[in-house]
Design a protein around this ligand. Structure first.
Ligand code: G6P
Length: 603
């Protein structure tokens, strides 16, 4: 989704600074980009397509130390240069992330006041609104921004430069992410920390309606009543190198290769000892039902959690897509726990679902990667996963850690319900601690996945089948493939395929069958034979326990032995790597797939 970056400080080659800032936001997904900077007036450069196109337009020798920059992911209006940000009206230049819901109403009002508009965006309306409020000539720029917020319905993170205060960058937010980076003789605004770490590791977060004023002299912060306030400074806990490819051809591959390490970091944080595990996990004893609410891969992680928690801890779990949940009649009660899963902590629909549960007085728990994000801040309780920065749009390591966190929650639930003894818990945690190494072993068989990718990458459609928890994993495998390789695929419950979809299986159709559950394996084998009989070429993903001499299989991945409840942490890895290699063979833009955004901050 749209990325915001702004700079005021000691560096004087502002166009280069802004372009470099935008490059660090590229991973969020965008289709046009632009910058505005101050010389003796505000200058704007913008274009569609990649940031490299914008880079070709800059003058490296130009001297200025204040500017704003934006990557746009089109919502209101097509991806054109005119619709790209920054937008300017009268004496005001802005960049914006979010959606102004009442923009048509505001547009009508502003047209009556003599304003005209060149773009189709809601953002240009905000620029005009600010200019209109300024023209009243009774307010300072701070007051103008405060007044603006009372006109707008919707969400926004804004960077603003007023012509009458060219040495000052203003920023404000409501329901869209925005952080303020605090460096030495340089300060920044950005959509997320990835954009500031080349300058500083220190940053603070803004509450809704806070306004910041950044000049060469520093940062002043005001609350919604324009009272000066102070903020706690946070520190980014990962390094600049983590946001670099370090020799890997793509961030996605690098992030898959990091899975063992980040799992280890997360386990170390929560499972130093049995006592620390018990203390760090919330007390779940009052709940008798759970809703897991999320989008995309995070929702798929929730489905793994449902299988684990229902089967091992015996508690009913409903998994809901956040964009549906937020508008749904809810059946929660005072014994319901609503778990929100989100890598970014900024997904608009997940935030809305969280707020709905909070307003209804239902307990909420966020499973989040980005520290201090909206979901982390607004959930009653938060459990952080430690994935570090994830740059590739298609999530891999964060998904894995979301599953791991649900594994830990499941263990805590089992302990609270006396379904396992402390001794058994110790054993299970011990076997969890072996998984990072096993993940490295699975990754080391990359040639196996390249061979499979070569075997299927020219096909048009692909089916994933599995039963129970393997079906939940199939959904993630299928999503990964679609996202990055643009190959059509569907995931099916292995026993359900014959109720219609099997009509699509023909000679040579690839089917990836996942079979890791010993109790269901014979059933899955029957389902595999059904597709083989119709000409499918089958790739089997199974465990060494269930491995056999299956002559009806074309390719195979065998996972190392691990406790049954931990298998999903291994199964997903080959699926991610197969999707990656297929996308690579199809020459796709793996880290930035078309039309997708890393963090979906609009409805
Ligand atoms: C986007 C991303 C997906 C992600 C989903 C939820 O669609 O492309 O990879 O799973 O959002 O994101 P979240 O940050 O809430 O986990």
């Amino acid at each position: 989704m749209c990325g915001i970056f702004g700079y005021v400080g000691k560096k004087v080659n502002i166009e280069r600074v802004l372009i470099d800032g935008l490059k660090t936001l590229e991973y969020r997904g965008y289709d046009s980009a632009g910058i505005a900077f101050v010389t003796d007036k505000v200058e704007i450069l913008k274009t569609t397509g990649k940031i490299s196109a914008l880079e070709n337009m800059i003058d490296e020798d130009l001297l200025s130390n204040i500017g704003i920059a934006h990557t746009r992911w089109a919502t209101h209006g097509n991806a054109t240069t005119i619709n790209a940000h920054p937008h300017r009206s009268g004496s005001v230049t802005i960049i914006h992330n979010g959606i102004i819901e009442n923009y048509l109403e505001l547009k009508e009002m502003l047209i009556k006041e003599g304003y005209s508009f060149v773009s189709e965006t809601d953002t240009e309306i905000v620029a005009a609104l600010l200019d209109y409020l300024k023209s009243k000539d009774i307010w300072s720029n701070l007051e103008v921004i405060k007044e603006m917020s009372s006109y707008i319905k919707g969400s926004y993170a804004l960077g603003i430069i007023f012509d009458d205060e060219l040495d000052t960058l203003y920023a404000t937010r409501k329901d869209s992410p925005l952080i303020i980076g605090v460096g030495e003789e340089e300060n920044l605004i950005a959509s997320d920390v990835a954009a500031i770490i080349n300058f500083t590791k220190n940053y603070f977060l803004l509450n809704n309606y806070d306004i910041v004023k950044i000049t060469n002299n520093g940062v002043d912060i005001y609350n919604e009543n324009l009272e000066p306030i102070r903020k706690n400074i946070n520190t980014v806990y990962w390094n600049v190198e983590e946001a670099e490819k370090n020799g890997f051809p793509h961030f996605m591959l690098k992030e898959i290769y990091e899975e063992g390490k980040v799992l280890k970091d997360t386990i170390n944080e929560y499972v130093e000892s049995i006592d620390s595990f018990i203390n760090k996990m919330p007390d779940f004893s009052k709940y008798d039902n759970i809703h897991i609410v999320a989008c995309g891969s995070a929702m798929h992680a929730g489905l793994i959690g449902k299988h684990l928690i229902e089967n091992y801890a015996g508690i009913k779990v409903d998994v809901e897509i956040a964009s549906e949940y937020r508008y749904k009649k809810e059946f929660y009660n005072d014994k319901t726990l609503v778990i929100l899963i989100s890598q970014s902590g900024e997904t608009a629909d997940t935030i809305a679902s969280l707020r709905k549960a909070n307003e209804d007085g239902i307990d909420t728990l966020g499973i989040v990667n980005v520290v201090g994000s909206t979901i982390a801040r607004e959930s009653k309780n938060v459990l952080y996963i430690r994935a570090g920065v994830e740059i590739a749009v298609a999530t891999t390591k964060a998904y894995l850690l979301q599953v791991a966190m649900l594994e830990l929650i499941n263990l805590k639930l089992m302990l609270e319900r006396n379904l396992i003894t402390g001794e058994r818990l110790q054993e299970l945690l011990q076997s969890l601690s072996t998984v990072p190494k096993l993940i490295d072993e699975v990754i080391a068989k990359d040639k196996n996945y390249i061979d499979i990718a070569k075997y299927i990458y020219e096909d048009k459609d692909l089916f994933y089948i599995g039963r129970g928890i393997d079906y939940a994993i199939s959904l993630e495998g299928s999503l990964k493939l679609k996202e990055i390789s643009y190959m059509h695929s569907e995931a099916y419950q292995a026993g359900e395929l014959k109720h219609g979809t099997i009509s699509l299986i023909e000679e040579g159709t690839p089917v990836i069958a996942i079979m890791t559950d010993p109790e269901l394996s014979l059933k899955t084998i029957s389902n595999i034979k059904e597709v083989v009989a119709r000409g499918a070429k089958v790739i089997l993903i199974t465990t060494n326990e269930l491995d056999g001499d299956y002559d009806f299989i074309d390719q195979k991945v065998v996972l190392p032995k691990v406790d049954n409840y931990l298998v999903p942490l291994l199964t997903v890895v080959p699926l991610q790597l197969i999707a990656y290699h297929v996308a690579d063979l199809r020459k796709c833009d793996i880290d930035k797939p078309r039309n997708l955004a890393k963090s979906v901050t609009v409805e």
